[in-house]
Design a binder for this molecule. Structure first.
Ligand code: SAM
Length: 273
């Protein structure tokens, strides 16, 4: 195992003062980083996509776990520190300079891959929606292990019946399993963000028969767009939705947050048929 200098030393030597505009809050505790890298299970020899390696804390934990890592980073200042990691783990790390929102991850990886990432909030949510959206299933990624603000993580794993349950929960749960893997205190980051964080882990499930992802997304957008209203009101603008509700026996007086993920799936299936 490569003997590496402490992350604080790397940050000081390469002048990596955290940039607010790039959402940089670094994790420096190597034990915590090793625990995060272990969430998806044994990574030895596996292909991993890491978005936003920064000074490389999580990256080195992944490399020590034996993963073959492709890391996308848009802050050029981090590249020399990451080049040192490439040298310490020959043939195990490939660093791509760029914006992860603009790159084709599947083409870049060219094989099934696990995703691990500690990203700024806005980028994380945008990528999450992209990884979980689309008609093609299963996707090329095999699992997602991602840091979010705790409040967002709670919305992803939420169950029906509460105000946290909405589009993100349906998106994350209708053909995959999402769980809260670890809560991370704000003091674990340098500099500490204002809010608590949490890591969500997503594993692939089966795609239900006869359901279009696009239709399901349209339904949840309408239903949760007016979440305080009854479905007969909120789904008025989706052609055929009220008939589909009746056909599968869902009371149109219910509100969106009382429907389970499976009921949304049945509704999308009925609407599409
Ligand atoms: N992974 C490191 C850690 O845990 O200490 C850094 C985490 S920091 C919260 C987020 C990192 O993502 C920063 O290094 C930032 O430059 C990078 N980043 C932000 N937006 C990005 C984007 N669109 N594409 C790629 N990297 C991005």
């Amino acid at each position: 195992m490569a003997d590496l200098p402490p992350l604080r030393e790397i940050i000081a030597r390469h002048g990596l003062a955290a940039s607010k505009s790039l959402g940089q809050n670094f994790l420096l505790d190597e034990q915590l980083l090793a625990r995060i890298a272990s969430i998806p299970g044994d990574l030895s020899g596996k292909a991993v996509l890491e978005v936003g390696p920064g000074p490389g804390g999580l990256t080195r934990a992944l490399l020590r776990a034996g993963a073959r890592v492709t890391a996308i980073e848009m802050d050029r200042r981090c590249l020399p520190a990451l080049a040192e990691l490439e040298a310490a783990f020959p043939g195990q790390l490939r660093v791509i300079e760029g914006d992860a929102l603009k790159l084709d991850h599947d083409a870049l990886m060219g094989e099934p891959y696990a995703v691990l990432s500690n990203l700024p909030y806005n980028v994380g949510t945008a990528l999450f929606t992209r990884w979980l959206g689309g008609e093609a299933w299963p996707p090329q990624w095999t699992s997602l292990t991602l840091m979010f603000q705790q409040e967002v993580a709670q919305r992803i794993v939420a169950q029906p019946g509460g105000s946290a349950f909405g589009r993100l929960a349906v998106l994350a749960q209708w053909r995959s399993m999402a769980q809260m893997a670890m809560k991370v205190h704000r003091s674990a980051f340098t500099p500490p963000p204002k809010v608590m964080s949490a890591i969500v882990h997503v594993e692939l499930g089966a795609m239900p028969d006869g359901v279009s992802a696009r239709l399901l997304e349209r339904l949840t957008a309408a239903a949760f767009g007016q979440r305080r209203k009854m479905l007969r009101q909120s789904l008025k603008g989706v052609p055929g939705a009220l008939g589909a509700l009746e056909a599968i026996g869902i009371d149109a007086q219910r509100r969106a947050e009382t429907l389970g993920v499976e009921e949304f799936v049945s509704l999308a299936r009925a609407l599409g048929s």
